[in-house]
Design a protein around this ligand. Structure first.
Ligand SMILES: [Zn+2]
Length: 149
């Protein structure tokens, strides 16, 4: 599986399964409208090419975790002995924090390429195998309820 560096969010929230990145990639207007309402921003602000691209979503633009990790010369927090630091423990979105706490140990264990594969696999519908968005509650393809975390 090809590893796209711009999708490797150092915090462990892999951009390949992020709803904002996917809404932008697919030009999915319905999803963009839903996300804009959820984040309290204009639909035009729902755009992102990945955490390590030149075009990032609002919060991620100034995220201290990426600043910290890249400043230390790391690809991700999995390389850092101080993890989980206060940036992670005090991350303002609890769901995101929980995913980081699951994901970074997996990245450490698997290495980048296998971790990307594992994250991609994790967010498939267990019933029909259709790729899902992180945070999806129900499969759009088959209606299966999801608890992907
Ligand atoms: Zn399904």
């Amino acid at each position: 599986m090809e590893v796209r560096k711009e999708l490797l969010a150092p915090c462990g929230l892999y951009c390949g399964v992020c709803s904002i990145q996917i809404a932008d990639r697919d030009d999915n207007e319905k999803l963009k409208a839903k996300l804009a309402a959820a984040y309290g921003v204009a639909v035009g602000n729902i755009r992102c090419k990945g955490c390590c691209s030149e075009e990032k979503f609002g919060y991620c633009e100034t995220c201290p975790i990426r600043e910290c990790a890249t400043g230390k010369g790391f690809e991700g927090c999995h390389q850092c002995d101080d993890w989980p630091c206060d940036f992670v423990r005090e991350f303002p979105v609890s769901v995101g924090r929980e995913v980081m706490l699951r994901s970074i140990p997996a990245w450490r264990e698997l290495g980048t390429e296998r971790w990307v594969e594992a994250e991609t696999e994790r967010y498939r519908c267990p019933s029909c195998r259709e790729p899902q968005l992180r945070g999806a509650r129900r499969c759009k393809n088959c209606g299966q309820e999801l608890a992907l975390g």
